[in-house]
Design a protein around this ligand. Structure first.
Ligand code: NOJ
Length: 527
């Protein structure tokens, strides 16, 4: 199993949704040059890595997660040369860039798919999951019927315009010979095609990939073992060619994904992690009246199951979820970041969350966004035309801006030392200055009880072997987003010393009892 790339240890990621970040050619859609223009901002915030959502040629029926050419930048964002320049400009500022790899499906417009629909056998006949009869269904999956010259239906992976690439079946049914084993020539050619795509972008300068629906490759793969093995093979290929390249999975189940050789797996709004309990259920823990215990319990189980194979990472949000600020009161957003930026695994900040951009309700679907549109509105840079996002007429913006006249902007928050932006920046600075708080550092939960506050944990510096470093740094983190003071008892050997971060009112320690005032938090070096 690979060792997690070293640069991940102090990485703090910023997710950029290219459509909505910065438009430089007044077409109402963000572009790569816009991102290059704003790299200084990302670096100023303290992030040192960027996840760029798909920017490849696509008919955009799922905002680019429906790729029709893996090796070309979509003209609306720029050119491959712009992307190469983005990598170079980012690297010169100490920022890494990971791209979005969509290995599970393509657009139905992809030339591979069009070739695969033909009656005559060709290189792409087995690139997708085709049955041998147009009326057949595919167990557990959507299908397209009646769109091909060949006699067959084809499985879809997400929306119906996203046919599933063929990585084979874990246990092919001999009665259904169209179900191919994972090592059949078709599935092996699909795998090779993904290796080629990765190598292409790594050669141009990218630093790794966020892998879309990484769990979805092999069909009828109960237990996900065959999919894990496909990823082990892809990882082994990277280890030979680009060992520093990282892979982060959209899997939501680290117990499985990390066995596949991923450096990190996201804890997400789906999967077993209870991530939603923190920020997005009806009564989220960080809104002050929720329960964190199921999350912590599951987190501990996953840590034990993944046994140091890789990391789990927790995003502030992403382009698929409601914005954080749509569920958490403004005065508690900083507390969420205090948590996100003090947990193991590299944190991910979704563009605009650092200024508290709101979830905009009531918008219609744009390019397959449906329930997600409100999280994809243009970045709010300043108070100029279109909040500084674009100089196109307002009604030509990709998605309309948040209409709230009091919407937050980067410019206003830069001018206010007490703003969320400055607080998040400070938290990133603290994280990056303290080895105990970084991605690989250990965590021990010291108070995480059912329906109770606060949440308290100790982070500990680890050595190169991943073991807690004797005499290394230790930081106690206490977080109380509830409206009443909360107390807990310190375990033996944990004595809080110097305060390195404080939010709300000061935390007090009397004997072994720590009392955390309402809506307050602190980080303390442990003496
Ligand atoms: C997950 C992506 O994050 C989402 O935006 C997309 O629609 C689906 N995968 C399908 O690729």
């Amino acid at each position: 199993m690979p060792t997690t790339a070293n640069w991940l240890d102090d990485a703090v990621f910023y997710e950029i949704y290219p459509q909505s970040f910065k438009d430089t050619n007044a077409d109402g859609i963000g572009d790569l040059r816009g991102i290059i223009e704003k790299l200084d901002y990302v670096a100023y915030l303290g992030c040192n890595a960027i996840w760029l959502s798909p920017c490849f040629v696509s008919p955009f029926r799922d905002a680019g997660y429906d790729v029709s050419d893996y090796c070309h930048v979509a003209p609306r964002y720029g050119t491959n040369e712009d992307l190469r320049r983005l990598f170079d400009e980012a690297h010169s500022r100490g920022l890494r860039v990971i791209l979005d790899l969509v290995p599970g499906h393509t657009s139905s417009d992809h030339p591979w798919f069009l070739a695969s629909t033909r009656a005559t056998e060709n290189e792409f006949t087995d690139r997708y999951v085709w049955t041998d009869n147009v009326w057949k269904d595919v167990r557990g999956m959507g299908v397209l019927k009646g769109i091909s010259e060949r006699n067959g239906s084809v499985a879809t992976n997400f929306f119906s315009h996203q046919p599933a690439l063929n990585y084979g079946y874990a246990h092919p049914d001999p009665a259904e010979p169209w179900q191919q084993p994972v090592d059949a020539p078709g599935p092996m050619a699909t795998r090779q095609a993904m290796k080629d795509v990765m190598a292409f972008w790594l050669a141009l300068g990218c630093d790794g990939f966020r892998c879309d629906m990484a769990h979805s490759l092999v069909k009828e793969d109960e237990g996900e073992q065959a999919t894990i093995e496909v990823w082990q093979d892809l990882r082994a290929f990277l280890d030979e060619t680009y060992p520093e390249a990282i892979l982060i999975s959209e899997w939501g189940n680290p117990d499985h994904s990390l066995q596949g050789g991923f450096d990190m797996d996201f804890l997400l709004h789906f999967g077993p992690s209870h991530y939603n309990d923190l920020f997005r259920v009806e009564r989220p823990f960080f809104a002050g009246e929720g329960d964190v215990s199921a999350f912590v319990c599951r987190y501990e189980e996953s840590r034990a199951a993944s046994d140091g194979k890789g990391l789990m990472c927790i995003p502030s949000g992403n382009h698929d979820m409601d914005r954080l600020a749509g569920h958490i009161p403004a005065e508690l957003l900083e507390m969420c970041f205090a948590f996100l930026l003090s947990m193991p695994g590299a944190p991910f900040i979704y563009y605009g969350d650092e200024i508290g951009m709101d979830h905009v309700r009531g918008l219609h679907s744009v390019e397959g966004s449906y329930w997600r549109t409100g999280a994809r509105t243009p970045m709010q840079w300043d108070s100029s035309l279109n909040a500084g996002f674009s100089s196109a007429p307002a009604d030509e913006l990709y998605i309309p801006l948040d209409p709230n006249p009091a919407r937050p902007t980067v410019a206003a928050q830069l001018d206010d030392e007490d703003s969320l932006l400055h607080r998040v920046r400070r938290l990133i600075e603290i994280r990056r200055a303290h080895p105990a708080l970084q991605s690989k550092g250990d965590v021990e939960f010291v108070f995480a009880e059912k329906d109770a506050y606060p949440l308290a944990y100790v982070r500990r510096e680890v050595g190169a072997d991943g073991e807690v470093l004797e005499g290394g740094e230790q930081v106690l983190v206490v977080l109380n987003p509830s409206a009443t003071p909360a107390a807990f008892s310190l375990p033996e050997g944990v004595t809080p010393g110097e305060t390195i971060y404080e939010f709300g009112s000061p935390v007090s320690v009397g004997g072994r009892t720590v009392t955390v005032p309402a809506r307050s938090a602190g980080f303390f070096l442990v003496g």
